[in-house]
Design a protein around this ligand. Structure first.
Ligand SMILES: [Fe+2]
Length: 348
């Protein structure tokens, strides 16, 4: 029988080797942990995945997406300091404001973000940033509505349009934000009168989403609809022939040109208050504000880039230039509760 005896030098050798291996493993795993961010997203995976892939490719940082349409703010509240969230992404200023109200976002300082994102598209404390813009526009049937017959959002309340307008319900965040912008510019009494006039002019009970308003124009239910700009791009470029057909005689109208500009909203995000990877989270937001990601917003979802130095895609260019309402976007969130009370009173 042969017994192996390790000499002290051999033991020292193996001790050193195993120490190197163990510390190497620990370093590797801590590096892996440090180089990962978790994104809590209200934006759908098909929209976010291309951004995440491009980010991972450029930086080597891995990004996990936790997607849900609702409940992520409550989840972050419940998780408290143990929350794994590093980044929050959502659409609409009212939804971003839920996170602001619950103090779930961290004010950050980033020269890149300050340079790329205009001041009216950021939180006043720099705790959120808009990365894409969407205009709430009018879609009109060109055979039934003269292109110069409607120029301002206020025109929707004129008696000439009685029974000719379609919209989704007023209490949807998109319409609530639109009304909030009218309150900001014209005052609450004028805004309420406008909402009343609009409701008088509806062709049918407010229903469906923005896409179905275009369908209703196609079906002859109404002649004018209020929609978000990107839905027009999505329908025009849809893989479904029937959806492309809905846009056949439809033109879009940017409102209040020559005046305050067309009301816009944003998709945006911020760094989670208890992020364990703040630097990486900021890096992700910076990535979203720069060329590659900004072009993706216009390519994938027909949204306008928030960074003014990014050119529009071909589809967006075909809609023509427009001027946007530069009202600080957080004003919309402030006035949203007042807008909702008006919506309830007029039955929109
Ligand atoms: Fe939408």
């Amino acid at each position: 029988m042969v017994t192996k005896v390790f000499s002290p030098s051999k033991i020292t050798f193996w001790f050193i080797i195993s120490s190197i291996l163990i510390s190497g493993f620990l370093f590797y795993s801590s590096a892996t942990i440090a180089e990962t961010i978790n994104i809590y997203s209200h934006r759908q995976p098909f929209l976010i995945n291309p951004f995440v892939k491009a980010f991972e490719k450029e930086t080597g940082i891995k990004a996990n997406i936790i997607y849900s349409t609702k409940g992520l703010a409550q989840r972050m509240l419940a998780e408290g300091k143990r929350s794994p969230a590093d980044v929050v992404l959502t659409v609409d200023i009212s939804r971003l404001n839920v996170y602001v109200d619950k103090q779930l976002l961290l004010p950050i300082s980033s020269e890149k973000l300050f340079k790329n994102i205009p001041a009216h598209l950021r939180g006043p404390k720099n705790d959120w940033f808009g990365f894409s813009k969407r205009a709430r526009i009018l879609a009109i049937n060109t055979k039934r509505v003269g292109v110069d017959k409607i120029k301002k959002i206020e025109d929707l309340a004129r008696p000439i349009w009685r029974g000719r307008i379609c919209t989704r319900p007023g209490s949807h965040v998109y319409n609530r934000a639109l009304l909030a912008s009218i309150i900001a510019h014209n005052g609450a009494p004028v805004a309420e009168k406008w909402a009343q006039g609009l409701v008088y002019n509806l062709a049918q009970r407010p229903q469906g989403n923005d896409r179905s308003q275009i369908k209703a124009i196609f079906q002859g239910v109404c002649d004018i609809a209020i929609i978000n700009s990107y839905y027009f791009g999505k329908l025009r470029n849809s893989k479904i022939a029937e959806q492309r057909e809905w846009t056949k005689d439809v033109r879009i109208v940017f409102t209040n040109q020559g005046g305050r500009g067309n009301h816009i909203n944003i998709s945006g995000g911020g760094v989670a208050k208890y992020s364990k990877n703040k630097k990486l989270a900021i890096k992700f937001l910076e990535f979203l504000s720069e060329d590659k990601a900004q072009r993706l917003f216009t390519k994938i979802n027909f949204e306008f880039p928030a960074n003014p130095s990014i050119p529009y895609s071909k589809e967006l260019l075909s809609w023509g230039a427009f001027s946007e309402d530069k009202l600080p976007i957080n004003k919309i969130a402030e006035l949203a509760p007042m807008a909702q009370r008006i919506i309830d009173r007029v039955g929109w």
